[in-house]
Design a binder for this molecule. Structure first.
Ligand code: GTP
Ligand code: MG
Length: 250
């Protein structure tokens, strides 16, 4: 069972207008500061925050209770002028958890009124999460013949395909920076990642490596996914034939 908490800035649109037209730099600074603080607070509790469109945050919050969310909200309320709404959901697949969080907010299922928390809490029961860490094999050599902007365009094209492919498997894909992607994965997604790697190899002539991690908390799963990816690199760099997928469980 995976638990997701979605943090969104409350009434952000109208608030941005109060800053006047010369506001973009301020919004960028606010969004970056918020992200830093939110990642700090949740990672201390063994969660990981995934940045979604810069003003919304998806957090894998396996094993967190309502009280943990209240504590974090209190800290954020002290630090920032703006307020955040938290919608929490859980499910067998990451997409289901996202739907449940969405419904919790839409139907105003209040978990804590004072701190704007809605939805459904799973907490510590039956907590499992799988993360896939995908990365372009040898992006460095592509930089010899492609300019920085061309590389970015290529990366975002892969991101778009990855998001569409894994959404069909009830899974959520996030771009982590550089040539790194993470998928909060269902079993179906893990079972079909070879098909995705083959598709990108055929259509775009790009090789991907995929490390998979399974844990009880997000940080545990992410750590194992990255360790799996690094293991693929170690096998490759030792001169042996590398696997494209490697999986570790706690
Ligand atoms: N988010 C994230 N970014 C990383 C990580 N490791 C490297 N990066 C970023 O990814 C960029 C590309 O680095 P690499 O993937 O190591 O370069 P590469 O030539 O593709 O090498 P291989 O992946 O080993 O084939 C770096 O410049 C960093 O910006 C990571 O674990 N997480
Ligand atoms: Mg790479």
């Amino acid at each position: 069972m995976i638990q997701l908490s979605i943090l969104k800035i409350s009434e952000y649109g109208p608030w941005t207008l109060t800053l006047g037209s010369d506001r973009e730099h301020e919004l960028q600074i606010l969004q970056a500061s918020l992200y830093k603080e939110i990642q700090n607070l949740f990672s201390e509790k063994n969660c990981l925050v995934f940045l979604n469109r810069a003003d919304e945050f998806f957090v894998v919050t396996n094993e967190l209770e309502l009280e943990d969310h209240i504590q974090i909200q209190k800290t954020l309320e002290k630090l920032f002028d703006i307020r955040l709404t938290i919608s929490i959901g859980y499910g067998e697949s990451p997409f289901e958890a996202n739907l449940k969080a969405y419904e919790g907010k839409k139907n105003e299922i209040i978990l804590n009124k004072e701190h704007n928390i809605f939805g459904f809490i799973n907490g510590k029961s039956n907590s499992d999460v799988s993360i896939m860490h995908l990365d372009v094999d040898d992006l460095t050599s592509k930089r010899q013949t492609n300019s920085p902007y061309e590389i970015s365009s290529m990366i975002f094209e892969i991101y778009s395909k990855m998001s569409r492919f894994f959404l069909k498997k009830n899974s959520l894909t996030f771009f982590m920076g550089g040539d790194n992607f993470m998928v909060i994965a269902s079993n179906d997604a893990k079972n079909s990642v070879q098909n995705f790697i083959d598709m990108i190899k055929n259509d775009d002539k790009i090789s991907l490596n995929c490390g998979i991690g399974n844990g009880h908390t997000a940080r545990e799963a992410v750590k194992l996914a990255t360790k799996s990816l690094d293991t693929i690199r170690e096998i490759r760099d030792s001169g042996k034939e590398k696997p494209e997928i490697y999986e570790l469980s706690c």
